[in-house]
Write a protein that binds this ligand. Structure first.
Ligand code: HEC
Length: 141
């Protein structure tokens, strides 16, 4: 499509990308991210409940973790999965996970589309996750 080139140069219109193109396109895609929450984020109050609802069954200790990615401890979460590191503490706009939860990476929409039991994160929740990563992706506060 002709508008493809146009869209690529217009950050706000950046289309979802294939996983292999994520690094190269990240700067463009970052224009579409909901802003990080301004407030100080608490893992226990703000993040853990939404991870438990939307992520943990597929990325926890219960069964073999999808994409070899576990999110239930800081050590495992920072290790990443089969696609490498997903969370870069201090840099939510450089963290692949941010792009997965905003549905900007084809086949890596998290939680996966059409899974009724796992609610998609709202803009506000995405803002909290971004702030959590920006504030160090801590698990102890
Ligand atoms: C219903 C199961 C399911 C749920 C719920 C889910 N995921 Fe996933 N996740 C997957 C699958 C399957 C993959 C592997 C995707 C692929 O290989 O195409 C994956 C891959 C990932 C990866 C990349 C791992 C890698 O390196 O390959 C990350 C990071 C991730 N998910 C984070 C999350 C987060 C954060 C949530 C919650 C907001 C979440 N996922 C919810 C199934 C799930």
């Amino acid at each position: 499509m002709l508008v493809g080139g146009f869209a690529a140069s217009q950050n706000a219109n950046a289309e979802p990308v294939e996983i292999d193109d994520l690094k190269a396109k990240m700067a463009d895609l970052s224009a579409k991210l909901p802003p990080a929450a301004k407030a100080k984020v608490s893992y226990k109050k703000d993040i853990k409940p939404l991870i438990e609802k939307s992520c943990l069954n597929c990325h926890g200790p219960k069964k073999r973790p999808k994409g070899k990615f576990r999110i239930d401890t800081r050590e495992l979460a920072l290790k990443g999965g089969s696609e490498g590191v997903a969370i870069i503490p201090g840099k939510s706009d450089k963290s692949p996970l941010t792009y997965y939860i905003t549905y900007q990476v084809v086949d890596y929409e998290m939680p996966p589309e059409g899974k009724k039991d796992y609610p998609k994160l709202t803009k506000e929740q995405i803002g909290l996750v971004r702030a959590w990563i920006d504030q160090g992706a801590k698990y102890d506060n």
